[in-house]
Design a binder for this molecule. Structure first.
Ligand code: PLP
Length: 399
């Protein structure tokens, strides 16, 4: 359980349970320590040549080595960014800008994060041709379809490692193999996979890999794009010569140093944390299916992140359900954007062929390293009554 505000004084039996780790994660205490220590002691600009600058440069390069070890790449291949969104934008727009003579076709999937989809859309509006691969009912792409989509004009394949809404894991090594055979760079958004799956850039054929600090118990506003040697990329931010001329701007050193520590901690605990959290996730999933009639799990039952379950409760409105859970201290989320009382259904679930009625009652529970068995027991204790009340109280989906 994650420590929280004084809400419990109003509802003495409420337990605060945070099950939204795919949205963001709390800072790891050692990461926070590194952030504070760097802010206090490493104030020099890493580009300055005097002692203060040199100390900061050393801290920057040491964080770069930690990130490189985490992803199985060379430190010179790490570009620090402001987060996953910038890393995805840099990968897609940077490769496109560097490849204008080769072609103007990109292959991606229909279920990517908006940072990828919107980057591709902006290129499409400027004359690029974008193929968005569909997914099947389990959220998986068809590799034959990917291969068939490639043309002599294709300059980039962009497919995520694991989906943020469903946790579905794509066959990254197979995609990397296809990309290598066709000599096309492969950009992989690994923001959600980081910390749960080993990210071996060298072995998986990934040419560009996007990471975000705040999904990994590091601060918001920091991330990285790994660009393997041989991949041509132009910068999208222009200014100073930082990051070997690939990303201008004075480095956010405390956040970068904290991110490096977070990568090291994640690598050291990956197997243990994944095993423990998977058991809790499976307990939650099995409990919901047993206690909540009609509940259906969305996404590949096997190829799925160990911490994520996306589950539909047909006949319930997700906004009412999330509000009821929140009132009882449980933080979860949906993939649907909700504004002024209308729910826009998740494009990811829609791409999987899930009906608007079913998608409209879908919740994503994403667990993390602090989740406990008591948290799961608490959710399973309150959920059936919430569902019964919502279903009998007229808060049903009207389409
Ligand atoms: N890619 C994926 C798969 C994500 O889940 C997210 C964040 O939710 C991002 C990219 C964007 O990362 P950031 O919040 O660091 O910009």
């Amino acid at each position: 359980m994650v420590a929280c505000s004084s809400h419990s004084e109003e509802f003495p039996s409420v337990r605060f349970v945070y099950l939204d780790y795919n949205a963001t994660t709390p800072l790891h205490p050692q990461v926070l320590e590194a952030f504070i220590s760097c802010s206090r002691n490493r104030f020099g600009n890493p580009s300055s040549i005097h002692w203060a600058g040199r100390e900061s440069r050393e801290a920057l390069e040491s964080a770069r080595e930690q990130v490189a070890r985490f992803c199985g790449c060379d430190p010179s291949e790490v570009i620090f960014t402001s987060g996953g969104t910038e890393a995805d934008n840099l990968a897609i727009k940077g490769v496109a800008a560097a490849s204008v003579r080769r072609g103007r076709h990109i292959v991606t999937t229909a279920v990517e994060h908006p940072a990828v989809l919107a980057s591709c859309l902006s290129l499409e509006q400027n004359g690029y041709d974008i193929t968005r691969l569909t997914v099947d009912r389990l959220g998986q792409i068809d590799l034959a379809q990917l291969e068939a989509a490639i043309t002599p004009e294709t300059i980039l394949i962009s497919a995520m490692w694991a989906n943020n809404e469903t946790g579905v894991i794509f066959p990254v090594a197979a995609i990397g193999g296809i990309a290598s055979r066709h000599r096309i760079p492969f950009h992989c958004d690994a923001v959600q996979a980081a910390g749960w799956l080993p990210l071996e850039c060298r072995a998986s054929g990934v040419g560009l890999l996007a990471l975000s600090g705040h999904k990994l118990h590091a601060p918001r506003g920091v991330g990285a794009l790994i660009v393997r040697k041989g991949v041509r990329l132009y910068p999208i931010l222009h200014g100073g010569a930082q990051e070997r001329n690939r990303r201008a701007g004075t480095e956010n050193l405390p956040a970068i140093v904290a991110f490096g520590v977070a990568c090291e901690l994640a690598a050291a605990s990956l197997v243990e944390v994944s095993y423990r959290v998977r058991r809790l996730r499976d307990q939650l999933e099995a409990g919901i299916l047993a206690l909540c009639p009609g509940a259906v799990v969305n996404g590949d039952p096997v190829e799925r992140l160990p911490n994520t379950v996306n589950i539909s409760f047909p006949g319930c409105r997700v906004d009412s359900l999330l509000a009821s859970l929140d009132l009882q201290g449980v933080a979860a989320s949906s993939g649907a954007a909700c504004s002024s009382g209308t729910v826009r259904h998740s494009p990811v679930l829609a791409a999987m062929g899930i009906s608007p009625e079913t998608a409209g009652g879908s919740v994503r529970f994403s667990l993390g390293r602090e989740t406990t068995g008591d948290d799961i027991g608490y959710v399973l204790g309150i959920l059936p009554a919430i569902l019964e009340r919502l279903r009998s109280g007229g808060a049903s989906v009207r389409g």
